[in-house]
Design a protein around this ligand. Sequence first.
Ligand SMILES: [Zn+2]
Length: 121
Amino acid sequence: MYYYSISALLVTLLPTLARAQAALPNVYAPPEFDKTYEGYLILKRPATEEEVKGHCHYPVLHYIGCASRVWEGKVCAVFIVADEVLAKYGLKLEGVLRHEIGHCHGWPKNHPGAITVLGQR
Ligand SMILES: [Zn+2]
């Protein structure tokens, strides 16, 4: 009976856990980098993570997006994977763009001082 209860609980919990694992939080730059971008922004939306990877040479877990600063941030090229792929991670363009704009302002790639926001969908 004891074991039965445990497995019943697992069956109930597993779909929830699987969903939670697929969703990624929004990660924002600390205030000094988290601000409106005044430069010239180029935004490209590759269809797949594989394509994003082709533009982003820094190794990361998920190739959702990346930014490349030109001329001390006066120009910034941003690659963000298509909405359908973002949706898979529970993310939206707005949140990912805000992250990448942090990089346009010079926020280092290893994300010092990152602010992680869960459940803001
Ligand atoms: Zn980043």
